[in-house]
Design a protein around this ligand. Structure first.
Ligand SMILES: NC(=O)c1ccc[n+]([C@@H]2O[C@H](COP(=O)([O-])OP(=O)(O)OC[C@H]3O[C@@H](n4cnc5c(N)ncnc54)[C@H](OP(=O)(O)O)[C@@H]3O)[C@@H](O)[C@H]2O)c1
Length: 287
């Protein structure tokens, strides 16, 4: 049986649906049963556990052959604890394969808020002795739309401390397809860099948005301090720091790589950022 964590989330529930449609023996790990009733297909069995609850996570992994571990989210210390709990439970329950969603920037020299969290998770996975496939996922197109582009619509200006850095956005739906293929294909020891097929500067991203939606938007690079102050008025901790240091990482060129690993895994190219925008517009509010 394949167990998918984060199964009420965007990526997790898409992976559950894809595995279920392919006829795989799949179960969904959730912490919120009411949300699962709305978001997880009825025929998929649930394993209920919060990542904080070590006995519940350990029980949830009993008899699981393959784990699709969608990374947790939130304050760095908590996320690190969540990842530790899941990997330790998988070791105890002798899970035979883990597919893990990591991030592109796991560089020890990076100031990105989440870089140490994912360095830690990847190290723990390697030390666990469990055969693992790691997908280092690029910045989600959905994230860029929700947190960058839509925040600039009123002023027509997208102010970010990303300098001349480039990103290769990939949609959450495509990430789910890559994760599913990696989980089914099971090539332990593999590392995949899951990015879009084009590295775009932030000015190009803003122009693409204007072009796809007819809403004028232009990029204005700003300082990290200004962005930290701006996000600090709008978002709760840790997001101002996380978003600001992510832009720092982009400015340092850590997110500009384009990989063909998505095509190798899935046999097709990922959706382009413009295609993603058009699709999001067609279906109405994207997130
Ligand atoms: N690359 C990027 O641009 C980017 C952007 C954002 C996030 N991410 C990462 O990618 C992951 C998947 O993205 P997504 O869009 O699918 O995220 P999402 O929709 O927020 O889903 C996160 C999932 O994690 C579950 N979760 C959170 N805390 C938990 C806990 N303590 N115990 C058990 N489950 C818990 C959530 O459960 P509930 O539904 O009960 O809350 C939800 O199912 C995120 O978790 C994050 O690590 C990447």
């Amino acid at each position: 049986m394949i167990l998918v964590t984060g199964a009420t989330g965007h990526v997790g529930r898409a992976v559950v649906s894809l595995l279920s449609t392919r006829g795989e023996d799949v179960a969904a790990m959730v912490r919120n049963v009411a949300a699962a009733a709305r978001l997880v297909p009825r025929e998929v069995p649930l394993r209920v556990a919060d990542y904080e609850d070590v006995p519940a996570v350990t029980a949830a992994l009993a008899g699981i052959d393959s784990l699709v571990f969608i990374a947790s989210d939130g304050e760095a210390g908590a996320v690190m604890r969540h990842h530790t709990n899941v990997i330790e439970a998988a070791r105890k329950q002798r899970v035979r394969h883990i597919t893990f969603t990591s991030i592109v920037d796991v560089d020890v020299g990076s100031s990105f808020y989440f870089a140490p969290v994912y360095q830690d998770a990847e190290r723990r996975l390697a030390d666990s002795g469990i055969p693992a496939t790691v997908l280092r996922c690029g910045i989600y197109s959905d994230f860029i739309l929700q947190y960058w582009l839509e925040s600039g619509v009123d002023s027509g200006v997208l102010a970010l401390p990303a300098g001349d850095g480039r990103v290769a956005p990939i949609s959450r739906d495509d990430v789910a397809v890559a994760v599913t293929e990696a989980a089914v294909g099971r090539k332990p020891g593999s590392h995949y860099l899951v990015t879009g097929s084009q590295a775009l500067g932030v000015a190009e991203i803003a122009a693409s948005y204007s072009d796809a939606t007819g809403t004028p938007l232009r990029y204005r690079p700003c300082s990290q301090d200004d962005y930290l102050m701006w996000t600090g008025k709008r978002l709760t901790a840790p997001w101002p720091r996380a978003f600001t240091t992510l832009c720092g990482s982009i400015a340092e060129g850590r997110y500009g790589r384009v990989s063909t690993d998505f095509a190798s895994l899935t046999g097709r190219d990922p959706e382009t950022f413009r295609e993603f925008l058009v699709r999001s517009w067609r279906v109405g509010r994207p997130v």
